[in-house]
Each structure stands twice: as C-alpha cells, then as structure tokens.
Write a protein that binds this ligand. Structure first.
Ligand code: FE2
Length: 379
C-alpha cells in the first residue's frame, strides 16, 4: 500500500454502530480552574455540574459544551471516600491532567459492550442503567491504551441535560464560543512496537478500517521520527490515529509524551471549525498559544496546494497550515501543550473536502515541535 495515501480497498465492518463522539472526559487536578480555562480561552459553555452540592461527596465534574463537542472535567475531592475518587486521584498523580474517556454514542450499549468484550476488549465497567426524571441512560466501558477507556453511551430513552447526576447550570460568566463544532479525530500515543497491536484492536474489536498509514520516512525530520496509522469507523465520524515513536538521531516527540504522561494516552484532540481564521484569531486573542512555522512555509504555498479561498497573508499571520489531498484541502494549526507536562494539545482543523490529516505539513510541524522540545531540554 502506498504510504500516506487514502486506502479505498479496506472497508469497515463496524462491530456495532457508532453515531459519534458522545463526550471526552478529562481527569484533572482542579476541575474548577480547568473549566475556567476552557471557557475563557476556548469558548466552551458551562452547562452542567455534578459534585457535593448535588449529592456527590467525593468528586466534582463540570460539563462543557460547544457545538457538538462535550467535555467533562472531573476531579477527586475526597480520594479516601470511594474507590472511584481514589482512581481519579491516582490517575492525576501519574499522568497529570489528561483524557480518561473517549465516550462513544451508541444505539444499544449492552449489545455494543457484549460484542466488544466477546471480540477481546477488556471490560472496565459492565453496562449499568442510570435514571432520573429525564429518563434513563445505559453506560458501560472497556479499556484501551494506557489508563484510557471508551465508554459506550446509550441515550435513546433519555431527554435530560446529559446524564443522571448532572444538574443544569446557567452561569453569569459565559464568554462567547469561538466556532468549534465537533471532534474531528482523537490521537493516541503508544509505546514503540505497540501501534500495530492497537490497530489490530480497532480492526478486530471495533471493525474499523485502516484509513491511512504513515511510516517513519513520511514522518521524520533530521532528528526524530514516528509512525502512525489512522483507524476509522464505517461512517467516518470516528477517527483514531495511533502513533508510536521511531528511532532517530534524537528523542521522538512521542517518547517525550510517553515519559511525561507516564505511559500511553491521548496526545491531541482535533476540533473542527468552518472558519479557521476567525476561530484562531479569537483563540490567540484569548491567550491560547500555537506552534509557529517559519515564514518561508508560505513562500510557495500556493504552488504546493493550488488555489485556496483564504488569503495567504492572513494564514501566514496566524501560522495556519494548509494541505491538499485528492478530495480537497484542509487548514490546520496546533496549540502548544495546554498543561505544564508536554502532553495533551489541540489541533484546530477546517476541512474543505480533504479527508486526510495534513501529511504535507508533518515536516514543518514536527520541526516546530522539536524547537519546543529543545527548549524543554527533551530533544
Ligand atoms: Fe491531528
């Protein structure tokens, strides 16, 4: 198979239908402050809360929303009160703030869970029914790489806000949204030699197909390299690239992540917008820091990607990257890590037909990451 090209032959045969990403849950050290950051900087709206005031003694969770994106930020407040809270505290101690759960919206959570486990998934939590006046949710989960899980969420008999236990909030402080619409893809970093194991997991357990493969030649700079395979479900709403480090002269950015996260985990979430110039302008104004590429990147941009709708000068001023594939083009930009550990970061992406991931930008991008690694003393 050609490197870095879209595969057309391999088809997904989803083990169970997935309607989309239901929510992404982060386990964090201080959910109140993290929610302030995501609201102020990224324009998420605080819509729900669960904690001591709602009868949960050991944890606090903030439900943030923007477009179709739902983030849940959860912290342990009394690790001594329950195994659940203890697990959150241990996770934060080991990983820092990070993604615990990429929850998937399914039609039948019991059936999906049974099929996943039958095909080899390791259960985390057997499906249970949660009820309140809004109806009922069925939710179960299984393990993926590191300490990360996929919850399966069935909400066909639920008309409430989000999930039993959460109460609606309408805060006085509500900075405007920035135009983020949905989760485009979630990327996992795994250890050297483990990428194919997780590719096989998504293929066998979930019925996903291998949409794209990048080898260490595609994704390499003078100093370091990585390998990546993108797994996608049948309707393409779920796309999970899996990265592993490859040997280079210096330390791969994936090795840096694994060292500082304390093992495999989610590296970045790509959030989609249909106005990347507007979205990134606002994010920058609000203090979000992005990786920058040398201005020479823009010198022959149009020669590389052809005609695009956006003024190149505006893209250059913001550092937005462009790439083209047979279906169209895409615009993308990457934040610096959003916590002190060089772990989780965000991609802002606008797709104009393109279905790929910006392979033409990998070199410029990874050189930008290496400059940051160098500054941290980790290259
Ligand atoms: Fe990405």
């Amino acid at each position: 198979m050609a490197t870095g090209t879209l595969q057309v032959a391999a088809e997904a045969h989803d083990t169970f239908p997935i309607n989309g990403t239901d929510y992404v849950e982060f386990w964090v050290g201080n959910a109140r402050q993290a929610s302030h950051f995501y609201r102020t900087a990224f324009g998420f709206q605080l819509v729900g809360y669960r904690g001591p005031e709602t009868g949960v003694r050991d944890r606090a969770s903030y439900l943030l929303q923007q477009g179709k994106i739902r983030f849940v930020l959860t912290t342990a407040i009394r690790a001594d009160l329950s195994p659940d809270a203890e697990r959150i505290a241990e996770h934060v101690q080991k990983h820092g703030d990070g993604v615990r759960d990429i929850a998937l919206w399914v039609d039948d959570a019991r059936d999906a869970f049974a099929k996943a486990v039958e095909r080899g998934a390791t259960p985390e939590r057997a499906p249970e029914v949660l009820r309140d006046e809004g109806g009922e949710i069925v939710i179960g989960s299984f393990k993926i790489y590191g300490d990360t899980v996929h919850s399966l969420v069935e909400r066909r008999n639920y008309r409430g806000l989000f999930m039993p236990g959460f109460v609606a909030v309408t805060p006085h402080y509500a900075p405007d949204e920035v135009g983020l619409q949905y989760v485009d893809h979630c990327v996992g970093n795994v250890e050297l030699g483990k990428m194919n194991e997780w590719v096989e997991f998504y293929a066998h357990v979930m019925g996903f197909r291998n949409l794209l493969t990048f080898d260490d030649k595609t994704i390499s700079t003078e100093y370091s390299s990585l390998m990546s395979k993108v797994m996608a479900n049948g309707n393409d709403r779920i796309k999970f690239p899996i990265n592993e480090p490859a040997r280079g002269k210096k330390k791969s950015q994936i090795d840096e992540y694994l060292d500082f996260y304390g093992g495999p985990g989610v590296q970045h979430l790509a959030l989609a917008t249909d106005d990347i110039i507007g979205t990134v302008t606002t994010l920058r104004d609000r203090g979000v820091e992005f990786l920058s590429v040398p201005t020479t990147y823009y010198d022959d941009l149009q020669k590389r990607v052809g005609t695009i709708d956006e003024p190149v000068g505006e893209l250059a001023a913001l550092g937005i990257l462009v790439d083209r594939d047979p279906d169209g083009y895409l615009l993308q930009i990457f934040t610096k890590p959003v916590e002190d550990r060089p772990t989780v970061f965000y991609e802002i992406i606008q797709r104009k037909g393109a279905r790929s991931f910006g392979a033409g930008n990998f070199k410029a991008l990874f050189e930008a990451i290496e400059r940051e690694q160098e500054l941290r003393g980790n290259l």
